[in-house]
Design a protein around this ligand. Structure first.
Ligand SMILES: *Cc1c(COP(=O)(O)O)cnc(C)c1O
Length: 382
């Protein structure tokens, strides 16, 4: 059996260190705020080369608080992609905004900068590119459109801790960036956690108020806020794991390069394309296949766990049914959603496991009959 992801391996290696941190937090009984939270904020800001960091309760909180702190209000439109996890758009709506979508680029699967300008209206206030799969969006092109229209830009970096765009770390590329430390992310807590980083100290200050009931000081509430703080126990565990993140990202890139080599030449499989501006951290390794469900079934039968990211685009979800979206509106996203399958990806995967997965993919594809028009109908990157 090859799992899709395996945190037990990671935690087994780190157990003595993690347990020591848990013991220390328990002995100090400092569970809310305090040195572990501040220490993690300092260390994560430094990891991102960002000026400031606010730890919050989840990646969703990070996005929601960032939008609120940027002043999103009733009826403001915020542009993002339909090819993302629903947290991106939930946060826009919950901050009082209206979601507008632009389709993704067929090669990179991130926001298509060419389509951005057409989605801007007089009510648009901001843009949220998503660094999906750990692959940075084309930030320079997105920023130049956004700046021209005086829009803020927030990176959804929930899958991309440590990824680089033209050599610069995600988290430093726009007005703010939001990270998730959901357990399965490249840097995962042992529960829920998230963070916002920015070079703007006032924005981070506002987020720190929002996460803590709008408190400036104890029982001084300048605004109403939320209960959305970063848990001190999670902060302590994240401080241990953060030190391993660079090595884990390198290991993920290594796994990706093995997959790249071993899947080379299978005509019916689309492999991830690394844009020339990107240094991706491979939160996922997605491939495209005409019969994605058949391939998934074949791999499962071979004892290989697979994932789908994401099977139904957001504009076709019931949650957004009353907003006037329909099938065919974002055709690239729809094609990617239908044909994409994520192969096992985690830092501890070894070469022999990757060989087994690749052999199973090859076996399935050799058995399937490729059609002439395949690369036209598929979202085949290569
Ligand atoms: C995981 C994720 C989120 C939300 O993070 P949580 O910590 O689960 O709230 C937001 N956006 C993207 C792209 C994600 O993958």
């Amino acid at each position: 059996m090859i799992p899709f992801s395996d945190l037990r391996r990671q935690h087994a290696d780190l157990l003595p260190e993690l347990l020591a941190r848990v013991e220390s937090v328990l002995r100090n009984a400092s569970f809310v705020g305090g040195e572990e939270v501040e220490g993690f904020e300092r260390e994560f800001a430094s990891f991102c080369s960002a000026g400031y960091c606010a730890g919050v309760g989840s990646g969703t909180d990070a996005l929601r608080f960032a939008f609120l702190a940027l002043g999103v209000s009733q009826g403001d439109e915020v542009i993002t992609v339909p090819h993302t996890f629903i947290a991106t758009t939930e946060a826009i709506t919950q901050a009082g905004g209206r979601v507008r979508f632009v389709d993704i680029d067929p090669t990179t699967h991130t926001m298509d900068p060419e389509r951005l300008e057409a989605a801007i209206t007089p009510r648009t206030v901001g843009v949220v590119p998503v660094h999906i799969y750990g692959r940075p969006a084309d930030m320079d092109s997105i920023l130049s459109v956004a700046r021209k229209h005086r829009l803020w830009v927030v990176e959804d970096a929930a899958q991309a801790h440590g990824a680089r765009y033209r050599g610069r770390l995600v988290g430093t590329l726009a007005d703010a960036a939001c990270f998730s430390f959901y357990p399965g992310k490249n840097l995962g807590a042992c529960g829920e956690a998230g963070a916002v980083v920015s070079s703007d100290p006032r924005l981070i200050e506002r987020i720190m108020m929002l996460r803590d009931h709008g408190q400036e000081r104890k029982y001084v509430h300048r605004i109403e806020g939320y209960n959305g703080r970063l848990d001190a126990l999670q902060a302590a565990l994240l401080r241990v794991k953060l030190r391993y993140l660079p090595a884990w990202n390198f290991a993920r890139r290594n796994v990706a390069s093995w997959y790249d080599d071993l899947l080379e030449g299978i005509a019916t499989i689309g492999r991830p394309v690394e844009p020339d501006y990107a240094w991706s951290v491979f939160h996922l390794y997605p491939v495209q296949a005409k019969d994605r469900d058949g391939l998934g079934e074949g791999l499962r039968r071979a004892g290989i766990a697979v994932g789908m990211h994401y099977p139904t685009p957001l504009h076709l979800q019931e949650a957004y049914a009353r907003q006037g979206f329909g099938a065919g509106m974002f055709p690239v996203t729809e094609r990617v959603a239908t044909h994409t399958l994520s192969l096992p990806m985690f830092p501890e995967l070894d070469r022999s496991q990757v060989e087994l997965v690749a052999a199973a993919v090859r076996q399935y594809c050799d058995g399937a009959v490729p059609s002439q028009s395949e690369s036209a109908t598929l979202c085949l990157p290569r």
